[in-house]
Design a protein around this ligand. Structure first.
Ligand code: PMP
Length: 399
């Protein structure tokens, strides 16, 4: 195919995306996207980042990244299994076992270059054609793609619906291995999976649970140790995954699991084996973030104060658990208009459309961090009320 043929074909595909109103483009920031987002000479108060504790610009993380670069260089030089495993990777893995499972001797941790890689790794290494994965209907794209790549039978159960999960576990009794896969805090809805019940069901049916704590690490549980840390779960059929690029302010991801699972990942997970190891700087920054969380409850408490402020200001339940607030408008055009109105009023809030959410479930997704001030939270809530009639806001927040 000539370049001009390719150009004609791809332009037609792009035109179709544009015509469907699904055009996406990059918006480069001219300053760190923290409490403010600066782009194209404009500045907004930012309610779209996952930097829930404001750690991505913390002086201690920056100093740790600088010191690690000075000591180890800028790159890990090879994959983990060649010569890319540094003492620094092992130190973070050890710290994560301490942070997530109290240093339980039967558990190990393994770093991945992103949450996307970690989820692909887990699902493809643990399952094959003889197996069944039970996947929550609102799971993240990386979990969906992991299911597809795994070649296991994938059974989608209704979001957080234990009756549906039980019925499906009953129906698929014959598999070699059964895996229930769910997010801890759902990334587009901000709600939390009923983990104690999911784990009990897994035990009843001889299944394992893979829990994606991308938005729960640094957010839920004592000192931000995650949703699972609220339960006594060691020795039970639970595998934890989390990311370093959200509340921990760095980049990369991890799995914490019984040692045998980690050995299998090292030996079989292609997104782990065939990629260059994480460079020193983000590993050292994440290690410093874990140390900060263990030293003091103040950061996580500050985040939860702001979650409460936002929940009250927007009319969500006062017990809203997480820093993600979906204001569901349904229609795409209304959502994108509300987003533009909010941006015109000085607030960077993003509209979320299919395929990230199902058709008809378009929404504004607000995130709050420990670094926002109460005044900024009150102001964005007022702006949301002014771009949406009160009755539709009540509907939007409770749908
Ligand atoms: N899981 C969930 C629930 C997520 O929200 C994300 C990121 N949006 C990921 C996994 C992927 O993590 P990463 O950004 O580290 O690839």
């Amino acid at each position: 195919m000539t370049l001009s043929c390719l150009q004609t074909e791809l332009t037609a595909e792009l035109d179709a995306i544009r015509a469907a109103g699904r055009w996406r483009e990059l918006r480069p920031a001219q300053a760190p996207p923290a409490v403010t987002f600066v782009c194209g000479g404009q500045e907004w108060v930012n309610f779209s980042s996952n930097d829930y504790l404001g750690l991505s610009t913390h002086p201690r993380l920056i100093a740790a990244a600088q010191a690690a670069t000075a000591k180890w260089g800028t790159g890990a030089t090879a994959s983990r299994l060649i010569c890319g495993t540094l003492d620094l990777h092992c130190a973070l893995e050890e710290a994560l076992v301490a942070f997530k499972v109290g240093g339980h001797p039967g558990y190990r941790a393994l770093l991945f270059n992103s949450g996307y890689h970690a989820n692909l790794s887990l699902l493809t290494a643990l399952t094959d054609v003889q197996d069944v994965i039970f996947s929550d209907a609102l799971n993240h794209a990386s979990l969906i793609d992991g299911c597809r790549l795994s070649r296991a039978t994938t059974v989608v159960y209704r979001h957080n619906d234990l009756d549906d999960l039980r019925a499906k576990l009953t129906r698929y009794g014959q598999a070699r291995r059964r895996l229930i896969v769910t997010e801890a805090v759902f990334s587009m809805d901000g709600d939390v999976t009923p983990l104690a019940d999911v784990l009990a069901l897994a035990e009843t049916f001889g299944a394992w649970v893979v829990l994606d704590e991308a938005h729960a690490t640094g957010v839920l549980g004592p000192q931000g140790r995650g949703l699972a840390a609220q339960l006594d779960h060691t020795g039970r059929p639970l595998i934890l995954m989390g990311t370093l690029g959200k509340a921990l302010g760095s980049f990369g991801a991890f799995v914490v699991a019984p040692a045998v699972v980690i050995e299998l990942l090292i030996n079989r997970a292609r997104p782990f084996i065939f990629t260059t190891a994480l460079p020193p700087a983000p590993v050292a920054a994440a290690l410093e973030a874990v140390r900060l969380l263990v030293e003091s409850d103040a950061l996580v408490e500050g985040l939860h104060r702001n979650i409460k402020h936002m929940a009250t200001a927007l009319g969500f339940s006062p017990d809203w658990p997480a820093p993600i607030f979906p204001v569901v408008l349904g229609a795409e055009a209304a959502t994108m208009r509300a987003m533009q109105d909010l941006q015109a009023a000085g607030f960077y809030v993003v509209g979320i459309r299919p395929p990230t959410v199902p058709p008809g479930a378009c929404r504004l997704r607000l995130t709050v961090t420990a670094a926002h001030t109460p005044a900024q939270i009150a102001d964005v809530a007022t702006a949301i009320r002014s771009v949406m009639p009160a009755s539709s806001l009540a509907q939007a927040t409770h749908s």
